[in-house]
Design a protein around this ligand. Sequence first.
Ligand code: NAD
Ligand code: ZN
Length: 360
Amino acid sequence: MYRNAKNVSYYMIGDGALDQLGELLAPRRDAMPDQPAVFFIDHYFEKTDLVSRLPVQEWDMVLYIDTTNEPTCESVDAYSDKVKKFLNGQKPCALVALGGGSTMDTCKCVGNLLTNPGKATDYQGWDLVKNPAPYKIAVPTISGTGSESSRTGIICNEAKKLKLGMNSDYSMFDQVLLDPRLTASVPRDQYFYTGVDTFMHCFESLSGNYRNTIVDSFAEKALDLSKEVFLSDDMMSDHNRELLMIASFKGGMAAGFVGVVHPLSAGLSMVLGMHHGIANCYALSVLEDIYPEPYKVFMEMLAKQKISLPKGICKNLSPEQYDALYEASIVHEKPLINRLGENYRDILTKENVIERFKRM
Ligand code: NAD
Ligand code: ZN
């Protein structure tokens, strides 16, 4: 069976493109007069003048997303209840997400819950969403996850100790607006941690067993762009911020099959609450045998950008915590098989995995 692959329908890119958000929303407002738009905005922007520059109407909803922690089933359910209460039976003309992976994923998952019954946990997995979500626009304000162009919205399920997305064509954005001016305010470390997520997705995909030439072509270009940015003198120059946005967008289109970095990273997020980007960095820092070449390039990037990754984050944990780290990593069969084959447990024995965490 061949899969019918979907991509984002429209995208706009350019310095200052945010000024055209109103233009992109106008047809939605015309088609559904008086129906509100719902803006999902990263809480960082609450103390900036961003909202005053957005085409928000008085009947719209502005929802600030707390990204102190990454999205969970509970946070998504809570936002979705808030939005439903605000809408009070009306259909939104559009959902607009301005933020990073956490904000965009929250918007994607809430969108699915507005048109499908039940809770977030019911849709963690592949193709479980039955009804199309409302029209959605993504405006990334930090580059790297590729959430703007991928078909998943990732959420942590605390009860099941599982980090898993709502993988569905309905999770995808209908329109993406890429304005590199928006990423200028990202703190340097955060810019690096989130930005290298693209690098990770792409080399993991390219060194896997499940391959496809179209996906490879996106991944190869995104990988080249991310190397260019992170091996340059100033990863945050105007030009490099634009390149990284493009890399992220392409990386999201290539997203699908990752490898060993993401399972270990998911373990760190589930057990220690560590954020995705930095958790990926720690994961790759102990996978020199499994990914020798990417490991070498990554170390060069860290040095070039003067980003530190202090050691000892998994020191002195309890035996239960080490067990939990192992369990929350090894559960991700698909990516582990992608890199290591069906017998991945022969290499990643419990001792081997715990020893890696201890070295972080
Ligand atoms: P994030 O969205 O959590 O944001 C990180 C930090 O950057 C936050 O503190 C935020 O306030 C701040 N920030 C964002 N934009 C800013 C700006 N312009 N100026 C100043 N500060 C700004 O980080 P992220 O790394 O983009 O997203 C991580 C999440 O994405 C994780 O939950 C991860 O699992 C998920 N993810 C999703 C996909 C996907 O395809 N859907 C892929 C990879 C990762
Ligand atoms: Zn990732």
